[in-house]
Design a protein around this ligand. Structure first.
Ligand SMILES: [Zn+2]
Length: 186
């Protein structure tokens, strides 16, 4: 369902169901051509649980089953194109990297000076006022050549911080100075 699996959204009722782990067919049946829901609980529901059950009924009432169609798996992330390799990648990346993702939770907790942290965040989110970003916002930039190397075009934050040969040298020097192995993408 829209808000997630019913057994999680209505976890209290699920714990009282006699059909835990069963398929949907265990929660109702066909009456002529109409599906009728029939939830069976292990005991009588308390008043407050009845309210939850009422919400559950309201939620499932709108679900229509089609007897003429075969059951099939549907990939909800990319309903238009169906399943593509890209769609789960984007979803997983969102979970990991998105503002509330695991990576950012660790990121904001790190013991780095706030100004450096904010700059790093702006790099990761491509929010720095790079030439490419200024151009994208309609601001006239005299030259799109990279300010560091003066050779290549500064097309993105990635160039400025990682791909640029000058940035690359700087990183190498910093790593040597700190005595750490490089872990940057080439
Ligand atoms: Zn450059």
């Amino acid at each position: 369902m829209g808000r997630g699996a019913l057994k999680i959204v209505f976890s209290r009722l699920y714990s009282l169901s006699v059909s835990k782990g069963f398929a949907m067919a265990a929660f109702g049946g066909w009456n002529k051509e109409k599906w009728v829901w029939n939830f069976i609980w292990r005991r009588n529901l308390f008043e407050w649980e009845k309210q939850i059950a009422k919400r559950l009924f309201q939620e499932v009432q709108g679900v229509n089953f089609d007897l003429d169609k075969e059951d099939r798996w549907v990939w909800k992330e990319g309903e238009e194109l169906g399943y593509t390799v890209k769609s789960p990648y984007l979803r997983l990346r969102e979970d990991e990297v998105g503002e509330n993702g695991t990576m950012f939770k660790k990121f904001w907790k790190s013991k780095v000076v706030p100004a450096a942290l904010v700059t790093a965040w702006r790099v990761l989110e491509n929010k720095l006022a790079t030439k490419a970003n200024l151009k994208r916002r309609g601001i006239t930039v005299a030259s799109s050549t990279c300010s560091l190397c003066g050779v290549e075009e500064e097309t993105s934050t990635t160039h400025l911080f990682f791909e640029c040969r000058v940035a690359w040298l700087l990183w190498n020097h910093c790593c040597a100075w700190l005595g750490v192995q490089r872990v940057f993408p080439i």
